[in-house]
Write a protein that binds this ligand. Structure first.
Ligand SMILES: NC(=O)c1ccc[n+]([C@@H]2O[C@H](COP(=O)([O-])OP(=O)(O)OC[C@H]3O[C@@H](n4cnc5c(N)ncnc54)[C@H](O)[C@@H]3O)[C@@H](O)[C@H]2O)c1
Length: 351
């Protein structure tokens, strides 16, 4: 059955518009479901019924990539054969021609899997040419993180559980020995024991409160301290926060308290480290369906509300968070520091 241009529908679940990081389009022809994903740097992928059948990395921009892949889809729908893409998974790291972060080295903490915000950041940093060190929580997490570390070509991959004394210090020691310097750190970790997170804030026991604050807030200050001597020529520190720090968000509970402390820690650290050229940012993404988010009851409702209320009428993706974070690590952003930067389609400004 022929496939016409008018058959393509955009995926309304992910951001649309010129600036969006990734766009997806669907079309159906007979029993086949076609899916095209395209990125602004001219890379794209065509899948039929979930199987990749064509790919492009050479287009000059998104619309050229979309046009190329639409033609491939039409040929497939007419029963013509296509050149098979190389075996193996589609490339995980986009190819960006402008290597704006080439020569920079950074540590990314918080990759659990390919849905993690930390992964979105790491992939963007790598795409722009940075070299990365990454960590995994423990042996159980290792098998999920190692293939991603491999895709990032990370020369340093180490365990880091913030609750195990010495592991964080060991990571920075190795970076000091192997690299001698560091340009950025992405802190993308948070934890609260389930009963602490899911109860009222005024019921929180001291041990649950301390664990939450330890992993979700203090670790950022500790990383800033360990990074400071390595950032001899300046650098950028990032941590991930959420809107529940400034307004009461149903079910966010004690994590909102921890994020408020974290955002304050960012302000103080920016004042203390600014004279050394070290910038400090709290990145505040809109809700994303990650593993950490699965611990928050009724998270689906939060997603629905975010999409309906945000001026952009769109949920954010980890690619959006990664690209914006990478921009802040570039020298062009050298005078931005100390703030909470929302990547939420504008949700936080609307009543
Ligand atoms: N998902 C969202 O909607 C959302 C929105 C705004 C901010 N955030 C924040 O983004 C950050 C990353 O979360 P995510 O949503 O990508 O989920 P995720 O589950 O992919 O990542 C959370 C990470 O925290 C790590 N972690 C937990 N306890 C740790 C410990 N003791 N030591 C070291 N690491 C530990 C986990 O190993 C995991 O890699 C968190 O700070 C989270 O609060 C998430």
């Amino acid at each position: 059955m022929p496939l016409r241009n008018a058959d393509w529908e955009p995926n309304r679940e992910i951001p649309v518009g010129k600036g969006a990081t990734l766009q997806q389009f669907f079309a159906v022809s007979g029993k086949d479901r076609f899916e095209i994903s395209v990125a602004p740097w001219g890379e794209g992928q065509l899948k039929v019924n979930g199987e990749e059948i064509a790919r492009t990395a050479e287009a000059k921009d998104r619309s050229q990539a979309f046009a190329t892949l639409k033609q491939a889809a039409q040929r497939y729908a007419r029963g013509e054969s296509l050149d098979q893409p190389k075996k193996g998974r589609a490339r995980l790291i986009p190819a960006v021609k402008a290597k704006l972060l080439e020569g920079k080295k950074g540590l990314v903490v918080g990759i659990a899997n390919d849905k993690s915000i930390a992964w979105g950041c790491a992939a963007a940093f790598r795409a722009f040419g940075a070299e990365l060190a990454v960590t995994y929580l423990n042996d159980k997490a290792r098998k999920h993180v190692e293939p991603l570390a491999h895709a990032l070509e990370a020369p340093i991959v180490m365990p880091l559980d913030a609750q195990v004394p010495g592991q964080m210090e060991a990571v920075f020691e190795r970076i000091g020995k192997e690299w001698g310097s560091l340009d950025f750190v992405v802190h993308s970790i948070a934890f609260a024991p389930k009963e602490t997170l899911q109860g009222r804030v005024i019921d929180v026991p001291l041990d649950g409160f301390l664990t939450t604050m330890h992993v979700s807030c203090w670790t950022f200050l500790r990383m800033a301290k360990l990074a400071e001597p390595l950032m001899k020529k300046g650098g950028t520190l990032f941590t991930m926060t959420y809107y529940g720090s400034r307004a009461v968000v149903r079910n966010y509970n004690v994590m909102g308290v921890a994020k408020a402390a974290l955002e304050s820690a960012v302000r103080y650290a920016s004042a203390e480290l600014g004279p050394k050229g070290i910038r400090v940012h709290a990145i505040s993404p809109g809700p994303l369906a990650t593993r950490a988010a699965s611990g928050i009851p009724e998270f689906d409702k939060l997603l629905e509300k975010a999409k309906a209320k945000a001026p952009a009428r769109s949920l954010v993706s980890i690619e959006d968070v990664g690209a914006a974070t990478a921009f802040l690590a570039h020298d062009v952003a050298r005078l931005i520091t100390g703030d909470t930067i929302y990547i939420d389609g504008g949700y936080h400004v609307v009543d």
